[in-house]
Design a binder for this molecule. Structure first.
Ligand SMILES: CC(C)(COP(=O)(O)OP(=O)(O)OC[C@H]1O[C@@H](n2cnc3c(N)ncnc32)[C@H](O)[C@@H]1OP(=O)(O)O)[C@@H](O)C(=O)NCCC(=O)NCCS
Length: 164
């Protein structure tokens, strides 16, 4: 557990945090639509998708792979981590950090920094030699955050729209 500036804490999420994490996760999706529009949010929040997200988050909590940041007991940020999808057995282990979200009212106080640093520790404990994350090219806030934490650009994702 990291305590950045009291009374903010970062901890591995438990099932008690489930409904707060679920709402935060959907706010993250809605926010990311600015860079990666996938259709009206009402359509994304279909019963099938809601169930999928619940299953995804449940499995992350079961595996202790979600961190939460809380201020005065209120959930103000989340992030997840997992081993990357490289299919070969390799001596170098890469883990990925994702789903980084801090509530707008709690930003610029070091909460994402504390979440990422704790994620890095959790990944290291599980054998990671390296952590990676993905960010949209136009997400200036997140780019500023990751640069401030010493992350370098190591790959590009290229895309081409069929119906621009
Ligand atoms: C990006 C985000 C996680 C940052 O959270 P945060 O708790 O405000 O970040 P921190 O307070 O730890 O910021 C640390 C440093 O990162 C940089 N930074 C953070 N937000 C920034 C912004 N909007 N613009 C430029 N730099 C920024 C700054 O260098 C900052 O240090 P400073 O406040 O002393 O200048 C938050 O804005 C957020 O949830 N955004 C929407 C979701 C998102 O984009 N998630 C990332 C997906 S890849």
């Amino acid at each position: 557990m990291v305590t950045a500036s009291e009374p903010m804490i970062v901890a591995v999420a438990g099932f008690d945090d489930f409904s707060d994490i679920e709402s935060a996760w959907w706010r993250l999706v809605e926010d990311q639509q600015q860079q990666d529009y996938r259709g009206p949010i009402e359509e994304l929040q279909s019963p099938l998708n809601i169930e999928r997200v619940q299953r995804f988050l449940e499995s992350k909590i079961r595996q202790s792979r979600i961190l939460v940041a809380k201020e005065h007991g209120e959930l103000v940020g989340i992030c997840t981590f997992s081993r990357d999808g490289f299919i070969l057995d390799a001596p170098t282990q890469v883990w990925e950090i994702a789903d980084v979200w801090v509530e707008p009212h709690a930003r610029r106080k070091g909460i994402a920094t504390a979440l990422i640093r704790e994620c890095e520790q959790e990944c290291k404990l599980r054998g990671a030699d390296e952590v990676r994350l993905t960010v949209y090219a136009l997400n200036e806030g997140a780019l500023g955050l990751y640069q401030s934490l010493g992350y370098d650009v190591s790959s590009y994702t290229l895309s081409r729209e069929f119906n621009p």
